[in-house]
Every structure is written in structure tokens, then in C-alpha cells.
Ligand binder design. Sequence first.
Ligand code: SF4
Ligand code: SF4
Length: 139
Amino acid sequence: MGCVLCEHCTAACCRYLALPLDRPGSTRDYDDMRWYLMHEGISIFVEEGDWYIQVQAKCKKLGADYRCGVYETRPAICRAYEPKDCDYSGKPYGYDQLFTHPSQLEAYYEQRRGKKLGAPKEPPAGGPGKRSKKKKKTA
Ligand code: SF4
Ligand code: SF4
């Protein structure tokens, strides 16, 4: 940050981080992502075919005045960030996909795979195994 636009912004770009994810292939991959989305502050987006997890978390170096507390030594990723089309511009990102809730990923999976994600597994033939039997509660 550090532009005219930034003077009017509460530093939207310093309040999250996004990390690349492997593109999901297996049902297990999707199910893991479904679990990520069960957590507050987590979203997943797809941009130009690449998948990312976004974590809402304010940078510890962001001051109460919305200025960078380590501006001179800020990390390279902050230096490279372009205010053009940034978080404050209000322009839509044009994500290929954006998932902010598990149900959105479930719908995406079902549409592509024709089956439900997270459906309970059929019990094994012959009923549940010995170890999974619940014990009766006694007073
Ligand atoms: S979101 Fe944009 S306007 Fe706001 S601080 Fe970051 S670069 Fe500046
Ligand atoms: S180091 Fe500075 S510019 Fe980078 S995210 Fe933190 S407050 Fe923002």
C-alpha cells in the first residue's frame, strides 16, 4: 500500500492472506476443502484455473491508523501489490469460482461428479464392526 487511494482505505489488502492449493482431484481432496470451509474466515477461490485458500487475518504490522508499521522493510509480496484493481477498487475480481461456505463447494462437486460430497458411507456388509458398536450407558 502507499497510494492516493490508500489514503481513503482501511487497508483491505492487509487483512487476509491467500495461499495456493493443489487443484482437487479426488473426492478426498474436495472433502478436505469442504472441511476448510467449515472454519470461520476461510474461503476458497479459483483464478485462471488455479485454486487458493484465503484466510481472513489482519497483519500484525498494520497500525491503528491503517498504515504499515514496517513500510520500509515490508515483505516483497506487499511491495509487489498493485493498488490498481485492488481490494478497495470495488471492482469484481472475476474469479472462476468463489466458495465461502461448504454448501457452495458441495453443489459444485455434485454438479461435476453427479454425486453428493460428504454423504455418509454405507455401513459395511454384515453391520458395523465390533469396535464401532456403542456401549450402553449405565447409571
Ligand atoms: S486495498 Fe488498495 S487502496 Fe486499500 S490499502 Fe490496499 S492497495 Fe491501498
Ligand atoms: S507488512 Fe505492511 S503492507 Fe504488508 S500486510 Fe502487513 S501492514 Fe500491510
